[in-house]
Design a binder for this molecule. Sequence first.
Ligand SMILES: [Zn+2]
Length: 262
Amino acid sequence: MTAEPMAARAMADGSKNAGKQKPPPPMPVDDAHFAYIRANLIATFYHEFAHALIDLLVLPVLGQEEDAADILSVLMLNMDFRGEELEQLARDAARAFRADAIDREENDQPWAWADEHGPEWQRYYNFVCLHFGAAPDLRRVFAETMGLPEARAGICPDEFMLASRSWGFALARVKKGAPGESIRFRSHARRHLHKRAAATIHAAVKRLNRSYVLPKQLRVIVKHCRDDSPLSAFYTPDRISITVCTEYIDDLLHQARTAGSL
Ligand SMILES: [Zn+2]
């Protein structure tokens, strides 16, 4: 990401020399690419919110926690959005799993079987199956377009019902007393794209505060992570915080430009 320090310097210079020499404007991000970034930020944020709920509510997790977090992400997309906006969010979030899977194959990288996450293709099909299962009558074309095999599609409505019921118990516990302000948002974003992306996360935080009140305050931070973490976004139990790295936003833009149309 060589553009990062260049852009940051340009912005600092611009504020000092206001009215003198303007820095070059950042390369614009077209709407389709930002839609891809937005979809994946929201889906990833919901995934991290699942980790926070599992920790704060001391939830039983009867399987891989990463799978449980992916499942909540699909459920929350279906709860919080409607119509074509929901379909676009789901398509683009699923495409990110597929892009990661294809990227791994093209680079001959074997799957790290000891990883706590499931393989990308499995995460992709689980995501597609659950979204299809939420409204099978409306999403036949979605299932076909995304390559969901008939054999799996047949059980997806039941998978969605089970997921909805299971997470429903947990969400019911934090609905009491809503709306609230138990989730606090902070952004250190400076570049235009990062600020726009941070606004997406901020809007998601506001939606959650309208519906849920957590037993402890959860902090959500958008920041440049540098080498602090190899992860794009993560929940930290010790601090009760979700961090979304601006490097992840840059990665999503790169993915949107190279693989978003897959
Ligand atoms: Zn996770």
